[in-house]
Design a protein around this ligand. Structure first.
Ligand SMILES: Cc1cc2nc3c(=O)[nH]c(=O)nc-3n(C[C@H](O)[C@H](O)[C@H](O)COP(=O)(O)OP(=O)(O)OC[C@H]3O[C@@H](n4cnc5c(N)ncnc54)[C@H](O)[C@@H]3O)c2cc1C
Length: 435
């Protein structure tokens, strides 16, 4: 029987184990499972690693979630908003112009129509993400939201990004929907996550904790320090040498390359050029209930250091102590967008006051910062070839890549679970993952 080791106990690693029909072990550096879908508990407040909501669309994932959590879930329509020029409008911007000044609405509609006249309904190929925005949304929407917001979130000039990540993550409303959204306030959000589910208790991590009873040999607090590709073994801090026949890695790709040996210099060189965005999540606890009725608010303007605010207590009241509230500010940083961490809390609080989320007499009862070194793998023009070469190299050593940071993709939780399922099914069939 082949021995299978899985590195990382985030959604992808856990799902791989769950779907395997043979013996395996899982190795995770953190004390808890869940990876990027963990939830930190601090003084009665709970904070996800950046706002997480679950919006499963496929039958296997829906069935799994129901099996794991039964009725311990809330299901609700998503309240996602944009704060721009001192007013709130619904997200996404392109379908919800209602409420903005007549001049701005006119500029956006005119730009959209000019783009449609020039490039047609389906402009075809795009040289980069900026080209996509210009051709699909036109000058006005590009100027007021699409370019400033995306530059802030991704932390990279948009002409350096491809459109390979998009799938249906960026809603493209019809002309009729844009006109409707300019004339009246839409009653609800649009897009793939217009409604979502969320655990009643324990934050998003509850979903992944609930997988553990169905798994075997889960080793937490077990950082993998090095992998010997020739010996097919790896070293884990606090454990003896582990041997494998097949290794499934959900580790971030740059980390896998760094700890593996031998890796040809040409593979190391392509890996060194991979780019990503990191994130600070600045969490603030406030001694006042109900500071907002929204779930998420997007901030395209550079006046605010954050690009997104989340109010997790509106996903579940279990996330904050009774009578109090929290707001979580997401702040991207990268080699292009440098952010000084030293004063990040003060700057966030100041900008929250500027945005009228906090008032000067609000009593702050907690400040807390989470740092996510890998938040978004960047789809620059180098990514496609680099990932293909790194994957090919590792697969030739029976090391298979699975998950958002291992495949260096813009995956969500559902896609991680499906990636783990697909990986396990191929290993169950004894044929090794698809090349
Ligand atoms: C800000 C933000 C918001 C998001 N919001 C949503 C959302 O609303 N909905 C949604 O569906 N998805 C969302 N996502 C995506 C979701 O978080 C990821 O898809 C998911 O966490 C990726 O799972 P994974 O298993 O592929 O990787 P990870 O969760 O990163 O798991 C990899 C694991 O490997 C471990 N590891 C790393 N190095 C080692 C080592 N040397 N030894 C042992 N273990 C190691 C890590 O600790 C980690 O547990 C969001 C992501 C971000 C960044």
């Amino acid at each position: 029987m082949k021995s299978i080791s899985i590195l990382g106990a985030g959604p992808a690693g856990l799902s791989t184990g769950y779907h395997l029909d043979r013996e395996y072990s899982i190795w995770e550096k953190n004390q808890q499972v869940g990876g990027g879908c963990r939830t930190e508990k601090v003084n009665g407040f709970s904070f996800d690693y950046g706002g997480h909501i679950f919006y499963p669309r496929t039958k296997p994932v829906k069935t799994l979630i129901r099996k794991l959590l039964k009725n311990d879930l809330y299901c609700m329509p998503r309240e996602a908003w944009i704060y721009l020029k001192d007013i709130y409008t619904r997200y996404p911007f392109q379908a919800n112009l209602y409420g903005h000044s007549v001049d701005m609405v006119k500029e956006c509609l005119l730009g959209l129509m000019q783009a449609k006249l020039k490039y047609g309904e389906k402009p075809g190929r795009f040289s980069d993400f900026k080209d996509f925005i210009d051709k699909v949304f036109g000058e006005g929407m590009a100027k007021h939201f699409m370019i400033p917001f995306n530059k802030k979130q991704w932390g990279i000039p948009l002409n350096e990004m491809t459109v390979d990540w998009m799938g249906d993550f960026v809603p493209i409303p019809s002309l009729e929907e844009v006109l409707d959204g300019s004339l009246t306030m839409a009653p609800e959000c649009m897009g793939i996550n217009a409604s979502f589910i969320y655990p009643k208790k324990g934050g998003i991590q509850t979903i992944f904790n609930s997988l553990v009873p169905f798994l075997q040999n889960v080793n937490t607090s077990s950082p993998v320090r090095s992998i010997s590709l020739n010996n097919k073994s790896f070293q884990v801090q606090g454990h003896s040498t582990q041997h494998y026949e097949t290794l499934v890695s959900s580790l971030p790709l740059p980390e896998l390359v760094r700890i593996s040996d031998p890796v040809p210099s040409e593979v190391k060189a392509v890996a060194e050029k991979l780019k990503w965005t990191s994130l600070y999540v600045v969490n603030i606890g406030i001694d006042r209930p109900d500071i907002s009725e929204k779930h998420r608010v997007y901030y395209p303007e550079e006046d605010f250091v954050f690009h997104k605010l989340g109010y997790y207590q509106n996903q579940s009241p279990d996330m904050v102590p009774k009578g109090q509230s929290a707001v979580s500010a997401e702040i991207s940083f990268s080699e292009y967008r440098k952010i000084d961490k030293t004063h990040i809390i003060e700057r966030t609080v100041k900008d929250l006051q500027k945005a009228k989320v906090l008032s000067s007499d609000d009593r702050i009862v907690l400040t807390h910062v989470l740092t996510l070194p890998y938040a978004y793998a960047l789809y620059d023009h180098h990514r496609g070839r680099a990932v293909a070469r790194i994957k090919e190299f590792f697969e030739s050593h029976d090391v298979y890549l699975c998950g958002r940071y291992a495949q260096w993709e813009y995956q969500n939780m559902e896609q991680n679970i499906l990636a783990g399922k697909a990986m396990a099914e191929r290993l169950n069939a004894g044929i090794g993952p698809k090349k």
